[in-house]
Design a protein around this ligand. Sequence first.
Ligand SMILES: C[S@@+](CC[C@H](N)C(=O)[O-])C[C@H]1O[C@@H](n2cnc3c(N)ncnc32)[C@H](O)[C@@H]1O
Length: 243
Amino acid sequence: MNQKKVGSYQKRHLMLTRLEKIMKKSHIDKFNFVYGLSDNYYGQELRPEFTDFFNGKDCRNMMALDVGCGEGRYAIFLASLGATVVAIDGSTVGIEKLSEKAQKKGLKIKAVDVDVADFIFSENIYDIVVAATILDHLPQEHLADTASKIKMALKPDGILYVNVFTVSDPGYEIQQRQGNLPSNDVSDTAECMEHYFQSGELKSLFKDFDILYDYEGLEADLTHGTPHHHGWACLLARKPNPL
Ligand SMILES: C[S@@+](CC[C@H](N)C(=O)[O-])C[C@H]1O[C@@H](n2cnc3c(N)ncnc32)[C@H](O)[C@@H]1O
């Protein structure tokens, strides 16, 4: 390839990287803003399949990782069951709030303010990994990579809980029309969505795991902003031993 062409590709790559950084920053700014509005912006309630699975479990001696923990509702629940939790998020406000709550409640939570792409996932160390509405917030090129790192970070027989929003979410149609049609049926943080999952896509991303539970559906959300709906895909899965 001639030098001129290489130069123009490099320039384009640099411009895209800069654009990505600006978009990422504005998404994180939005989360910093909403987390400043109330004690628990998304409420304290967790998905029922998650609590049904973990309620009453003794998680002492377990290590958990909460990826994109936000204000930490999943991390707090697991730590309350005895787990030692590492909780990561790019929102400084979310992480500060979680650290304070953990300290007050005496919970073993290490809350880390970091971009998922920069976090070092150690191999085979977590008994539980939670990724609640984070994979859909990652640009496509980080999504598959983060899913692979999550798989690698779980111990064999470790439990994964992951959920994302799907193309049945009203936000998807708005994104397709590039925001032209205002709708009051859409989450106020929908602008931070990068990728709405197709039906079956989440399950297929973790097809090498043993699926314990999976669900897709459209549900009302009354926890924040104006009442709206979300298209959910939720998955509970076990890492096979050996993978
Ligand atoms: C919809 S919230 C979910 C929060 C939490 N999991 C929950 O269910 O309450 C998405 C979270 O992902 C975080 N996030 C988005 N992109 C991120 C990135 N690249 N690195 C780290 N965190 C990110 C946001 O700051 C936000 O807290």
